[in-house]
Design a protein around this ligand. Structure first.
Ligand SMILES: Cc1cc2nc3c(=O)[nH]c(=O)nc-3n(C[C@H](O)[C@H](O)[C@H](O)COP(=O)(O)O)c2cc1C
Length: 447
């Protein structure tokens, strides 16, 4: 049997994938938008619905960076509401491990797992920056080097809390007059980042532990995923890059006593369909231009140049000034984390070689669609990635809210089902079932 593909839906927003200016774009906040995308994903038998998180509005040059989409509701609240209008779809929340406390996060995730009948997932992200920290009581209190040690201890503590109840602890025995078994919920964690004890208020969810997702690319991030995660949300979405990442991460599993199939690698991808491949390519080019407005192109360069470039013509050549390599002008998720001087050199060479304007260059380097073609071309390509170890599946990030996955569900998914590489229906009730994962490992097993 060919390898089975996993598919997930990302509610669109930020990072100039979303074309909010398109007349077909709807609200990013109305519940109806979330319901539309989630129901589309469930109709198509997707594994899960994914919500990202931003804990502070991004800024560029000290002003709100609103060239993409700015402002979104809190993930677990939205997913709890979606639990009531879906029956099988997994519900994945991005929740930061730096600015939260394990007790509270574990309680909310266990609650979502109960409310949804075993469909909760947690994308453990580790943003640590002082800019985000200013929103919180303790401010930017963590060094970058510590964020994964805190994340690992945070997750381990959450596992201990989930394990503090067994499936036999809710007695509800009127004859004995006893509702809960004595000792239920008892926990004690004494560690470097957390020193807590007490009784955990929420019984163990149907999945035991929610599915754990990791999104991060550094050496520490990859180790964290290899040891602790069930799914990686990756940015490695080309065939070659995907294969290299896949090989690297999967080769790390054995030292933690895990098998290749215990960790699913799902890159974030986009798609554009057309009646012919040429037609799709033309539509893809139009969408790319819409994703990178003239203002977005200038802002994109400013994040790397570290200075005001508003006097430059987006349709003209790259700035002739040298970058300011100081602190930078962008804050929050818009931050550029690479080597800025090297990037400027590379871009100048690329623009010179190909005669690219500022906007052309921004389009070329930021807004590339992964799968472009007829439904058949796209289905074959998705399958090729999975059968040749570039991914276990994908998290689709549509460019339109909320109808952006409609044609994927309608035209591509049936072809994958025909090929026998994607399920025709859900085979179990929980997200762990959809992902083909075994029972959650206990805190004892992961310590
Ligand atoms: C595909 C992907 C999606 C991410 N989504 C979020 C997010 O929604 N919210 C967030 O705060 N961080 C997000 N992150 C950031 C990561 O959690 C992490 O902080 C960042 O990648 C740096 O970690 P690293 O040094 O291990 O790469 C995302 C990262 C990746 C690769």
């Amino acid at each position: 049997m060919p390898r089975q593909i996993h598919l997930a839906a990302h509610f669109p927003g930020v990072n100039n994938t979303t074309v909010w200016s398109d007349p077909r774009s709807g609200s990013q906040i109305d519940f109806a938008s979330f319901v539309h995308l989630a129901r589309t994903a469930e109709r198509a038998k997707f594994d899960f619905f994914f919500l990202a998180e931003g804990l502070r509005l991004r800024e560029l040059k000290g002003r709100i960076h609103d060239l993409d989409v700015a402002g979104r509701p809190e993930s677990l609240t939205v997913l709890s509401a979606l639990a009531a209008v879906t029956t099988r779809l997994g519900l994945a929340a991005t929740v930061n491990s730096t600015f939260n406390e394990p007790y509270e996060v574990a309680r909310r995730l266990a609650s979502l797992d109960h409310l949804s009948g075993g469909r909760a997932a947690w994308n453990v992200v580790t943003s640590y920056d002082a800019f985000t920290g200013e929103n919180f009581r303790r401010g930017g209190f963590l060094d970058e080097a510590d964020r994964y040690t805190r994340a690992a201890e945070f997750l381990q503590t959450a596992r201990e809390l989930w394990d503090s109840w067994t499936d036999r602890d809710l007695l509800a025995d009127p004859a004995a007059g006893q509702f809960v078994r004595e000792g239920a919920g008892e926990f004690a964690h004494h560690g470097r980042h957390f020193d807590i004890h007490g009784r955990f208020a929420t019984p163990r969810g149907p999945q035991g532990h929610p599915v754990i997702i990791q999104a991060g690319d550094s050496e520490e991030g990859r180790e964290f995923a290899a040891r602790d995660a069930d799914v990686i949300f990756s940015r490695h979405s080309t065939l070659e890059d995907g294969r290299a990442f896949y090989k690297d991460v999967k080769s790390r599993l054995a030292k933690y006593g895990r098998r290749s199939e215990d960790l699913k690698i799902l890159p974030a991808v986009t798609y554009v369909l057309g009646d012919t491949d040429a037609d799709a390519a033309e539509r893809a080019a139009e969408i790319r231009r819409a994703q990178v407005s003239p203002q977005t192109a200038i802002a994109f360069l400013e994040a790397v140049w570290g200075r005001d470039l508003s006097g430059y013509d987006p349709d003209g050549p790259l700035p002739d000034v040298e970058p300011d390599l100081g602190e930078g002008v962008s804050k929050g998720r818009a931050q550029f984390r690479g080597d800025r001087a090297a990037t400027v050199r590379q871009w100048r060479a690329l623009a010179g070689e190909r005669g690219l304007s500022i906007r052309d260059l921004a389009i070329e380097t930021t807004a590339r669609q992964t799968f472009v073609g007829t439904a058949r071309t796209v289905a074959d390509r998705i399958d090729e990635f999975v059968q040749t170890d570039a991914a276990d599946g994908f998290i689709f990030v549509p460019h339109l809210t909320p109808g952006g996955l409609d044609d994927l569900a309608e035209h591509v998914v049936p072809l994958l089902q025909e090929k026998g590489v994607f399920r025709a229906d859900y085979t179990g009730p929980t997200l762990r079932d959809h992902l083909g994962l075994g029972p959650a490992r206990t805190a004892e097993e992961t310590s």
